[in-house]
Design a binder for this molecule. Structure first.
Ligand code: GLU
Length: 396
């Protein structure tokens, strides 16, 4: 008999519930069911033509071989340009790594630095993979709960109270998935005051949604607001969300040299270099025109407003207005008694009910929340309107 026991590390984690729901929606569609998927965060816009052309050119030029593990020199330079131009972070290319999506950069950074006994502070609701990666690394997840009426942001006092000698990382995500939480500069500086007193704590600033801010003012990021802390901040970015390039799998991260080198050491044994064709496309994304991003953002803003208004008009459902990214965290607490009330699976039951009515969304519990679900509004207006009609019909 085959011994199919899994490693203790794998047994600690569950499959990604965002990708699981998306796979399920795809499978139902393949069976002929009419399913609208608002489960995964993926812009519906076509990848820009100049990016696609760069990928074709790379193929034609025979750019189909290994590159340096941490990314081609050309892309590391282009990513350094992106960090400086778009986020205000000045780094040399040697302090930039290119990975197979932002997810892989985060995975490698945490795996390279965490030991059993270490603790990682994660504001919740959180992106689904953060706690799972921490658990896989054998470290402890410390939940920093946030509330809708506090903009889903942690404050300095909460951070100070949570830090112990075991704390190794604070994970920040602004604008945040799934809540849209967006930290203004002064709040980051207040968090920085606390972090200065705790030199062992590293900070991951996941800025992948930086181009998608709907409020006034420039994007604020910790490495810029607190330059004296930059030698322990890893800033994660990419092209998936900004340039509609999810399938290319290119993420980038900038940070201290020791950490970038550690991540590259791990990457040299996991994937090796990211795909050469995708890297060529990402160079075009970072070096090419950026003006269309503003037009895209305005499209997303209109979709956000459409969704917020439609959700808040459905009895039993409500959502705050997200300040960034392309998700609404929908509160369905008044409806939960119908789906199992206090049961930890109640929001999953609600999502399965919505799936029966032709809409795929992800349960709030996947993100450390409860009594609701996340919708991605990265879909066209007609699709969103139809999805929201189906949701309204399903919960009346
Ligand atoms: N980050 C996106 C989401 O939350 C993509 C899916 C994933 O990697 O979780 O939907």
């Amino acid at each position: 008999m085959t011994d199919s026991a899994l490693s203790r590390a794998l047994a600690r984690i569950a499959p990604s519930r965002t990708t699981a729901m998306t796979d399920r929606a795809m499978a139902l569609r393949a069976e002929g069911r009419d399913i609208i998927s608002l489960s995964v965060g993926e812009p519906d816009f076509a990848t820009p033509a100049h990016v696609v052309q760069a990928a074709k050119d790379a193929l034609d030029a025979g750019d189909t071989k290994y590159t340096a593990v941490a990314g081609s020199a050309r892309l590391r330079a282009a990513a350094a340009l992106h960090f400086e131009r778009d986020l205000g972070i000045v780094v040399p290319p040697a302090q930039v790594i290119v990975s197979a999506g932002g997810k892989q950069a985060i995975f490698h950074a945490l795996l390279a630095t965490l030991d059993p006994g270490d603790a990682v502070l994660i504001p919740s609701p959180w992106w689904v993979s953060y706690p799972e990666i921490v658990r896989f690394a054998g470290a402890k997840v410390v939940d920093l709960p946030t509330r809708a009426d506090g903009g889903f942001r942690i404050n300095a006092a909460q951070l100070e109270a949570a830090i112990t000698p075991a704390t190794r990382w604070l994970l920040l995500n602004s604008p945040g998935n799934p809540t849209g939480a967006t930290y203004p500069a002064e709040e980051l500086r207040a968090l920085g005051e606390v972090l200065r007193r705790h030199p062992r704590v590293l900070v991951m600033s996941d800025d992948i949604y930086a181009p998608l801010r709907y409020g006034a003012g420039a994007h604020a990021t910790l490495a810029v607001e607190c330059p004296d802390l930059a030698d322990r901040v890893l800033t994660v970015s990419g092209v998936s969300k900004s340039h509609a390039m999810t399938g290319f799998r290119i993420g980038v991260a900038a940070g201290p040299l020791w950490l970038i080198n550690a991540m590259a050491r791990l990457q040299s044994h996991s994937s090796g270099n990211p795909a050469s064709i995708s890297q060529a496309a990402a160079v075009a994304a970072f070096e090419g025109p950026q003006d269309f991003l503003l037009a895209w953002r305005e499209r997303f803003r209109a979709r956000r407003d459409l969704c917020v208004a439609a959700i808040n008009a459905i009895p039993g459902l409500s959502t705050p207005v997200p300040d960034g990214a392309f998700y609404c965290m929908v509160d369905a607490a008044p409806l939960m008694a119908r789906f199992g009330g206090e049961s930890p699976n109640a929001d999953e039951a609600l999502c399965l009910h919505l799936l029966e009515h032709g809409v795929a969304v992800v349960a709030a519990s996947a993100f450390g929340g409860r009594d609701g679900f996340r919708i991605s509004f990265a879909a066209d207006e007609a699709t969103l309107e139809e999805a929201l009609r189906r949701i309204a019909g399903a919960v009346v």
